[in-house]
Write a protein of this length. Structure first.
Length: 301
């Protein structure tokens, strides 16, 4: 029975937002112009970054953070619209899309490691702060760690059906620890047992990093927007799963005194694909909160 429950869960649950990424043809080399697309050296390997638009009205750059296994192209329905009002950055983490795939034994795949790589990427690409994050799923953990390590750079975060630390303990509380870990392992590997990015050890270390950061209450006065799906088509064997996922979304909203929580009742985890207008409006809404009223009107219309 337990095996059937886990199998049913794994067939539909995307705790960390994974898909199988594809290979893409390389674009022109990156440079420090206002808009460019290409690979940037970050040390022992190169990462792909795509920069579009120009900062207007003093707005921050919007940096998009993908879910596990997704390339920068996952934002194709959202980023171009935001680029009309400010500069946007999409990128591929190592091993995904057009970025290099170094020996994973020599790479730190924890949240702190991902933050260090992104920080180096932005610096080497000539993308200076301030920034606002728009993050999906596991990207929410990375954005929180980034804000903890570089608080002066981050002016706001839009969480898009984001993952949270130790979510499986809430989502699958009927299962024992071993079964919960199996769900994580299969989720991170898209059911193959081979990690797409980070592995189970990496995610558990990342959870500890986030807990350490959260102990300082770093988001308390930061503007955040939480965009949540409420129709994930979770398996019938777990009838409480939707409500439990909603509780984790409410938890994210509770991390700041300046939060807005909006829910799409008709869609699920990939809101930026299934309802891009909802996500675009959410990003604009947060950007508008950062500017005077006369600028706000330009952003929202």
């Amino acid at each position: 029975m337990l095996h059937r429950i886990i199998s049913s869960i794994l067939s539909t649950v995307l705790i960390l937002g994974l898909t199988s990424s594809s290979s893409y043809a390389y674009d022109k080399p990156a440079n420090n112009s206002a808009s460019f697309s290409g690979k940037v050296d970050v040390g022992n390997y190169s990462m792909f970054i795509d920069v579009k638009g120009k900062r207007k009205h003093g707005l921050p750059t919007v940096v998009f953070e993908n879910g596990n296994g997704d390339s920068h192209e996952i934002w194709n329905k959202v980023a171009p619209e935001i680029a009309k009002i400010t500069r946007v950055v999409t990128y591929d983490r190592i091993g995904i899309g057009q970025s290099d795939s170094p020996d994973r034994r020599k790479v730190d795949y924890t949240a702190a490691g991902e933050v260090q790589r992104l920080h180096n990427l932005l610096k080497n690409a000539g993308v200076n702060g301030p920034i606002v994050f728009a993050v999906h799923s596991i990207g929410g953990l990375y954005a929180r760690e980034y804000q903890y390590l570089h608080p002066d750079e981050v002016k706001g975060i839009i969480f898009i059906d984001s993952a949270t630390e130790y979510a499986e303990k809430c989502l699958f509380k009927e299962l024992d620890h071993k079964a919960q870990l199996e769900i994580i392992t299969q989720d991170l590997s898209c059911g193959t047992g081979i990690p797409i990015e980070l592995d189970t050890k990496d995610i558990l270390i990342s959870y500890n990093q986030i807990c350490k950061a959260q102990a300082t209450d770093p988001l308390r006065n930061l503007p955040i927007e939480v965009l949540s799906g409420a129709n994930h088509h979770f398996p019938a064997t777990m009838p409480n799963l939707e409500a439990r996922w909603a509780s984790r979304q409410a938890y994210i909203a509770s991390l700041s005194n300046r939060s807005i929580h909006r829910i799409d009742a008709n869609n699920g985890h990939y809101l930026h694909k299934d309802n891009p207008t909802f996500v675009i409006n959410g990003i604009k809404e947060l950007l508008a909160k950062l500017k005077p009223i006369h600028v706000t009107k330009k952003i929202l219309h």
